[in-house]
Design a protein around this ligand. Structure first.
Ligand SMILES: [Ca+2]
Length: 194
């Protein structure tokens, strides 16, 4: 598991050190995901879950997901967004139920970011996939600075991950097409004494 360090770059310079100056980091999580995890087959004799990015070398067990640290280190972010797209194809002969869920967790939540302790499920989407069909699970999250979920983002960083679930009887193929984050922080918060 590679650690991602998000580099905050100056996006809007209204006035030097103004409270309205915002630092923005775009993080392409997908570029850090091992190619063996980006796509795969789901044999569905009942139901199956996979967890991506995989931190414990076992796709079907929950784990600590992807750790993202920040540079510079901030105590409090002022905004967060996530965009995920997963294409799922039903290779079987009957309908499958498929879903995706995005979790955000504290950096310390290294064992399981999917159990509701020190983590939050911020988006979930479910669809019925007919035999032979391909559809896209889209997960979009946008947190503003008043959202209590931002408390999970600390100077130690944070964790993200996605659970993909399929149930029915047959086989599906998934491919992660997008997994990106946007982090926002006020430059004002970087100043000593603020
Ligand atoms: Ca947890």
């Amino acid at each position: 598991m590679k650690r991602i360090t998000a580099l905050l770059t100056l996006a809007v310079l209204l006035a030097a050190c103004s409270a309205r100056t915002v630092l923005v980091a775009d993080v392409d999580v997908l570029s850090f995901v091992d190619s063996s995890e980006v796509e795969g087959d789901l044999a569905v004799p009942g139901s199956i879950d996979v967890y991506v990015p995989d931190a414990d070398d076992n796709l079907i067990t929950p784990d600590g997901g992807q750790l993202v640290t920040q540079a510079p280190l901030l105590d409090r972010m002022s905004g967060f967004a996530a965009r995920i797209a997963v294409e799922v194809r039903n290779d079987g002969a009957t309908d499958l139920s498929v879903s995706g869920a995005f979790h955000l967790a504290a950096a310390s939540d290294s064992a399981n970011i999917y159990d509701g302790t020190d983590d939050l499920k911020l988006a979930e989407v479910e669809l019925t996939l007919p035999a032979g069909a391909t559809q896209t699970l889209e997960l979009n999250v946008e947190l503003d600075e008043d959202d209590p979920a931002l408390d999970l983002l600390s100077a130690d960083g944070f964790r993200v991950g996605m659970a993909i679930h399929a149930s029915g009887n047959g086989q599906a193929h998934y491919r992660i097409a997008a997994f990106s984050l946007v982090l926002k922080a006020r430059a004002f918060d970087l100043l000593p004494g603020n």
